[in-house]
Design a binder for this molecule. Structure first.
Ligand SMILES: CCCC/C=C\CC(=O)SCCNC(=O)CCNC(=O)[C@H](O)C(C)(C)COP(=O)(O)OP(=O)(O)OC[C@H]1O[C@@H](n2cnc3c(N)ncnc32)[C@H](O)[C@@H]1OP(=O)(O)O
Length: 263
């Protein structure tokens, strides 16, 4: 993968006071430890500045995020892998449990961890095109953690979530719209951001404390479940990584990605 030039995320505040968090790890915004740390810091920044809302997007022309960086899981240094996983948990807790309004302008593919980040927001607008979104972990021979599943069950009906998770279903933009995995489609990134802003403006007349407490209460179940089981969740992740069959599946998957990229 190409070396990183420039910051891994850009956090700007627009004229309406809306924070725009842009992931910037070419070529595909795969979530490695350093990118997750920067996303986490930006989420802290948004919370600290009491910004009323945030839009999550990507600087790539065709990928929102390719999900977790598979190289963090393939034959890893186990100490780093543990920090990687707890950082991912932190990012999810901060984003899913945030009190400010969140929306994702999904300007490209959003598999696995990319889908998780967008589902952790309150509203999703995806750019039309040959892009797909979904939790495809089973196709890699791995099991999505419970909190990934909880996040999907919080977004689409549980029957659809079970079917999508077990079959590693990647939804086209139209399919995602139909099932409610995204809320709107958009012609391009600017349109997606405009539509996210329109969603955010819906709260102009809603008292912000009532909105925030309602959001946090409705999201309490999945959050408490992870918070109570963080150590076990981390131990399970490390256990997965130590399993030779999982390592073999990851190796085959990496090979297939490399072959596809070389074509
Ligand atoms: C117990 C564990 C539980 C948690 C588990 C998992 C959660 C996850 O998030 S696992 C990651 C799952 N992600 C994927 O399956 C996506 C894989 N990528 C793709 O499908 C495509 O890359 C994508 C559609 C996102 C974009 O396609 P293109 O624009 O055509 O790019 P390329 O496929 O050519 O890729 C360019 C370059 O990036 C490398 N790459 C892609 N994805 C990843 C990734 N997730 N991690 C690391 N590296 C990735 C790809 O191999 C190419 O590399 P080079 O060959 O070196 O250029």
């Amino acid at each position: 993968m190409a070396a990183q030039a420039g910051p891994l995320v850009d956090l700007s505040i627009d004229n309406d006071g809306i924070a725009i968090l842009t992931m910037n790890r070419p070529p595909v915004n795969s979530l490695n430890l350093e990118l997750l740390e920067e996303i986490g810091k930006s989420l802290d920044e948004v919370a600290k500045n009491k910004t009323k809302s945030m839009i999550l997007t990507s600087s790539s022309p065709s990928v929102f995020s390719a999900g977790l960086d598979i190289m963090e899981m393939y034959k890893p240094d186990l100490k780093r892998a543990e920090i990687f996983w707890t950082t991912l948990q932190d990012v999810w807790i901060k984003l899913f449990g945030s009190s400010y309004i969140t929306a994702a302008a999904i300007n490209g593919h959003a598999p696995a961890g990319g889908c998780l980040l967008s589902m952790s927001c309150e509203y999703r607008v995806m750019v039309e095109g040959k892009y797909t979104i979904g939790l495809n972990e089973t196709a890699l021979g791995i099991v999505a953690p419970t909190w990934f599943m909880d996040t999907m069950c919080h977004t689409i009906p549980i029957r659809q979530a079970e079917y999508a998770l077990t079959t590693a279903r990647m939804f086209t933009v139209d399919e995602a719209l139909q099932v409610g995995l995204i809320d709107e489609s958009a012609s391009d990134k600017a349109d997606a951001i405009d539509k996210c802003k329109k969603f955010i403006r819906k709260f102009d007349k809603i008292p912000s404390l009532a909105r925030a407490v309602t959001k946090q209460k409705i999201r309490e179940g999945p959050l408490v479940r992870l918070q109570k089981n963080r150590q076990q969740d981390t131990a399970e992740f490390l256990g997965f990584l130590k399993n030779p069959k999982i390592q073999q599946s990851l190796e085959m998957y990496i090979q297939s990605l490399k072959q596809k990229a070389a074509k």
